[in-house]
Design a protein around this ligand. Structure first.
Ligand SMILES: C[S@@+](CC[C@H](N)C(=O)[O-])C[C@H]1O[C@@H](n2cnc3c(N)ncnc32)[C@H](O)[C@@H]1O
Length: 302
C-alpha cells in the first residue's frame, strides 16, 4: 500500500469522464460493458489500486453482517472486533474516494439474537462520516383495515412482501433492515421528489407543492424481494433488490451521480441499477461465481 498513481482521466465509451486512475486502463476489469466495470478483487486493494481521491459520487453497498451466512468464499463468522476493524478500514477508504458532495448508502441488517450489529457498524463509521439520513428498508408489512382510516384503496387487512419466518417465543419476524445515508458534511442536497409519491389527498398538491403531485416519501421504504421460482435465479445468500440501489442513486440525484461504486458487489444489484439508470459503475467482489453471475445479469439486461 501507500503507492501513488499518476492520475489521468479514463473516458467511458460514451465519453463520460470516469475519474479512474491510470491503472484502470492498464489492468482491464474482469467484466466491462459500456460504463460498468467489475473487478474480482478485494475491495480495499481494488479501491486503493483503481480509484483516485474524490472520484466517486455515490457508494451503495451492503457488507456481510458477520452472522454466519454461508457465502461461497467469504467467512461470515469473524471475531466482532476484527469485523468492526475491517468496517472501519472500509469507511476510511470510502471517505478517501468519495467526493465532498457524495453520498454513501450502507445497507446493514442483523439477526434477532444479535440486534446491535447495524448500530455497532454505524458507530465505527461515525468517526469518518456524518449520518445524514437513516432509512428503514421494509421488506414486509401488515396493515389492519381498521388502522388505515379512510383510504379507499385499502378494503381489507393487507400483508405484503416477504420475510423468513422465525420460530420460537422470543423474537418477532425480522422484516426490516437499515440503510444508513452517510455524507462528509451532513449537508448534502438530495433529490427527495425523484423517489416521491403522489399525494393521497389531492387538495394537498396545491397546498404543499406548486408544481407536481409528488411528496417526499419519508424514510420508510417498502421494497419487497423480487419473487423467484428457483434458487439459481438468485445464487447468493444475501442480496438486496435492484430497486434499493436505484432509489438511493435517484435520491442522491441522477445528474450528480456520474460514477457509482459498490465495493462489495455480490451478484451486482448496484451495477444493474446503474445500467438501468444509465450511470457509470465500478464494483469489486471476491468471489468469481458471484461476479460471473453479475456479468450475466448485466448482459441479459442489455
Ligand atoms: C452482503 S453481500 C452483497 C450483496 C449485494 N448487495 C447484492 O445485492 O448482490 C456482500 C458481498 O461482499 C463480498 N465480499 C466480502 N468481503 C469482500 C472483500 N474484502 N472484497 C470484495 N468483496 C467482498 C462477499 O463475497 C459478498 O458477496
Amino acid at each position: 500500500m501507500g503507492r501513488t498513481y499518476e492520475v489521468r482521466e479514463k473516458r467511458s465509451p460514451s465519453g463520460k469522464a470516469l475519474g479512474l486512475a491510470l491503472e484502470v486502463q492498464q489492468k482491464k476489469p474482469h467484466f466491462e460493458s459500456r460504463d460498468i466495470m467489475l473487478y474480482k478483487q478485494d475491495c480495499l486493494d481494488g479501491m486503493r489500486e483503481h480509484l483516485r481521491s474524490k472520484s466517486i459520487d455515490v457508494i451503495v453497498t451492503s457488507p456481510p453482517y458477520n452472522i454466519g451466512i454461508k457465502y461461497n468464499s467469504y467467512d461470515d463468522a469473524k471475531p466482532r472486533e476484527k469485523y468492526l476493524s475491517w468496517i472501519e478500514e472500509l469507511a476510511k477508504e470510502a471517505k478517501r474516494v468519495i467526493s465532498d458532495e457524495g453520498s454513501f448508502f450502507l445497507n446493514v441488517g442483523s439477526k434477532p439474537s444479535d440486534p446491535w450489529i447495524p448500530f455497532d457498524v454505524a458507530q465505527r463509521i461515525r468517526e469518518y462520516f456524518e449520518l445524514q439520513n437513516v432509512i428503514h428498508w421494509v421488506k414486509s408489512i401488515a396493515i389492519a383495515r381498521k388502522d388505515a382510516g379512510k383510504y379507499p384503496a385499502i378494503l381489507d387487512d393487507v400483508a405484503v412482501g416477504h420475510y423468513k419466518p422465525i420460530m420460537g417465543k422470543r423474537f418477532l419476524n425480522d422484516s426490516h433492515e437499515y440503510i444508513f445515508h452517510f455524507t462528509k458534511t451532513g449537508n448534502v442536497k438530495i433529490d427527495r421528489l425523484a423517489i416521491g409519491m403522489p399525494y393521497q389527498d389531492k387538495s394537498n398538491v396545491r397546498r404543499w407543492s406548486s408544481k407536481e403531485d409528488k411528496r417526499c416519501r419519508g424514510n420508510t421504504w417498502f421494497i419487497p424481494y423480487e419473487t423467484i421460482r428457483e434458487r439459481k435465479q438468485r445464487p447468493h445468500p444475501s442480496t438486496f433488490p435492484v430497486k434499493l440501489p436505484e432509489m438511493c442513486i435517484k435520491l442522491h440525484g441522477i445528474k450528480n451521480a456520474k460514477l457509482v461504486l459498490d465495493p462489495l458487489m455480490g451478484i451486482g444489484s448496484t451495477a444493474i441499477a446503474c445500467a438501468k439508470l444509465g450511470v457509470a459503475c465500478v464494483g469489486f467482489e471476491l468471489d468469481e461465481e458471484y461476479l460471473r453471475f453479475a456479468a450475466q445479469r448485466i448482459r441479459s439486461l442489455r
